[in-house]
Design a protein around this ligand. Structure first.
Ligand code: SF4
Length: 405
């Protein structure tokens, strides 16, 4: 039986954080109900097309999925179970933000089969949380974490952020130390991106330009400071038993996030909900991003025509057919983000030719430059290669005339 992973997008938040450009917003309960009903229609519609496929992971992201009330969440989970063949051992994650969960909510998540939580802490320093425009304090996070553990969740990720304005090594160390002491199974440490259209952009756009140009900044850490924050995170987490398996992701043994690795190894996934992206049959697709149009189109969904060779959705607003060249480039870019890199035989199995036939010169050059190694049948970036990953990964872009046979 073929396998797939599902991403489900819940675009609701208590309030918009100052740095956030995710597809999320503040909506009333009626909108939440209407959206969930629409989402259930999309789930049923896509489920009809993917009847013969087993689901190995589900990631419910947002937004703040834990802001959705129990009844709506149950409705959505029931729709997923009714429409897809979810494997009994599937990894099912829900993103939670401190202050949006209760004992009852955690208990109902467990009953629904959710077995992994991803909690957005970002910082253990309240002044940084306030600066980010987050609604919680560190104490509130601790309460949420404690409830999660006592409710029986033994696979928890905690998100932290690096590169915050004014963040010193000491401040980041404080956050890391606090989180490590809690022993979550997984820690994601993402660098802040100053995105256009956010209050942060208005505040820090000049600094962001200086940062990218490698110049001295006023509020944001400059390039060297960012690098030191990254290296310290890497070192401290590794010293405490969290191995880095991807640029921003660390896990205790056996707790790598399966769903994450689906993305980096280009296994198929279906995105459900507003703006959700999919990779199916060498097509990258994105659902419509306007919530009113999304609900309207879902209302118009009727019985799906089943054709296992051509999955389609009226909700897709963007569809990109990936060429063989696109697929090979993605295979390398995404695969080399992971510390274990790419397996030679996986390349051959996927593309029917050897990795050396396509990338022989690049692999040789990067190995000579000590940016890449081949070990145990896998190519992966060295520490120097990770530090210079922008340069190293750019080498895998293929010329249009490259022979890909
Ligand atoms: S909680 Fe997350 S998704 Fe919601 S506004 Fe804040 S950063 Fe964005």
């Amino acid at each position: 039986m073929k396998e797939i992973s599902l991403y489900v997008h819940i675009p609701f938040c208590v309030k918009k954080c100052d740095y956030c450009d995710f597809l999320s917003g503040v909506y009333d309960e009626q909108m939440q109900r209407e959206y969930t009903n629409s989402l259930c229609r999309e789930i049923a519609y896509m489920g009809q097309q993917l009847e013969a496929v087993a689901v190995s992971s589900i990631y419910i992201g947002g937004g703040t999925p834990s802001w959705l009330n129990i009844a709506e969440t149950e409705k959505m989970m029931q729709a997923l179970h009714a429409s897809f063949a979810i494997r009994p051992d599937a990894e099912i994650t829900i993103e939670c933000n401190p202050g949006t969960v209760t004992w009852d909510k955690f208990a109902s998540y467990r009953k629904m089969g959710i077995n992994r939580l991803s909690i957005g802490l970002q910082s253990a320093n309240d002044d940084e949380l306030a600066l980010l425009g987050r609604v919680h304090t560190y104490e509130r996070f601790l309460h949420t974490y404690d409830m999660a553990r006592k409710s029986g969740f033994y696979n928890i990720n905690v998100d932290v952020m690096t590169g915050l304005p004014g963040q010193t090594l000491d401040k980041l160390m404080h956050t890391l130390t606090q989180v490590i002491a809690l022993r979550p199974e997984h820690i994601s440490a993402y660098a802040l991106m100053v995105e256009e259209g956010t209050p942060f952009y208005e505040r820090y756009k000049f600094d962001a330009v200086l940062q990218h140009a490698g110049k001295q900044t006023e509020f944001l850490p400059n390039e060297d400071e960012e690098y030191r924050l990254y290296k310290m995170t890497q070192q401290v987490l590794q010293e405490h038993g969290y191995h880095q398996y991807e640029i921003s992701n660390y896990a205790r043994e056996d707790y790598e996030c399966f769903h994450n690795t689906v993305y980096w190894t280009r296994r198929p996934y279906l995105g459900l909900g507003l703006g959700a992206a999919s990779l199916i049959e060498e097509k990258r697709t994105s659902n419509v991003r306007d919530i009113y149009v999304y609900c309207q189109r879902c209302n118009g969904l009727s019985q799906a025509e089943r054709d296992e060779h051509d999955i389609v959705s009226p909700l897709w607003d963007e569809v990109t057919e990936l060429s063989r060249k696109d697929a090979m480039e993605e295979f390398m870019f995404l695969g080399l983000r992971m510390n274990r890199g790419v397996k030679r035989t996986d390349f051959t199995d996927t593309f029917g030719c050897s990795i050396e036939a396509v990338y022989g010169d690049v692999l040789k050059r990067l190995r000579e430059e000590a940016l890449l190694v081949l070990d145990g049948g896998r190519f992966y970036l060295t520490e120097r290669g990770q530090d210079l990953s922008n340069y190293a990964l750019a080498q895998f872009l293929l010329e249009d005339e490259t022979d890909l046979s």
